[in-house]
Design a protein around this ligand. Structure first.
Ligand code: PNS
Length: 170
């Protein structure tokens, strides 16, 4: 038992999740099957001017994570690898959709490896149905009145509509 506890594989899936998309959920399902514990970690990134607050993004993730008993939601500030090591996680999960993601992801993985070589980045491919879905495009389409159903959970779609409505009023 004691051994089992020490050998638990903990992975962190970090991101902006601004907002959560069905592509992210696809990755959560895949990673939850591979690791004993999965932590979805929302980055505090005020400089990126996120549409949703960290708390709102965490709520969306909590809803999506509720079917998975081994998935929890958290947030972090500062260096991701320091947060991972504080959580005793040995793996960082990142999703790759297309070749265009590769360069940025490679740079980040190599920097993280340099900072903490004991933490490994594992890349997962989202299902092909999600290969063009990004939070940025979803936000833009929804802001301009496009239909994003099927690309994000229904509750996220509602939140997006409400957010853009309230921004229009201000
Ligand atoms: O969903 P995103 O915006 O592509 O996620 C990017 C994220 C949060 C993984 C990345 O920006 C990050 O790790 N930020 C924390 C600071 C850090 O550790 N950067 C990487 C090494 S310089």
């Amino acid at each position: 038992m004691e051994n089992e506890r020490h050998h638990k594989a903990i992975a962190i899936y970090p991101g902006s999740f601004d907002p959560l998309t069905n592509g992210h959920i696809d990755l959560v399902e895949r990673a939850a099957r591979l690791f004993d514990n999965l932590i979805l970690a929302v980055v505090h990134n005020p400089s990126k001017n996120p549409l949703f607050s960290v708390e709102e993004r965490m709520e969306m993730l909590r809803e999506a994570a509720s079917p998975f008993p081994n998935v929890e939601v958290d947030s972090f500030e500062g260096l991701l690898v320091n947060y991972a090591s504080m959580k005793r996680a040995g793996v960082l999960i990142r999703g790759i959709r297309a070749i265009s993601d590769y360069e940025y992801e490679l740079q980040m993985a190599l920097m993280n490896r340099r900072l903490r070589p004991e933490i490994e980045t594992v890349f997962l491919m989202a299902g092909e149905a999600y290969s063009f879905v990004s939070s940025r495009m979803v936000k833009e389409a929804c802001r301009l009145g496009g239909d994003v159903s099927g690309l994000v959970p229904a509750s996220t779609e509602l939140r997006l509509r409400e957010k853009f409505k309230s921004l229009q009023r201000t």
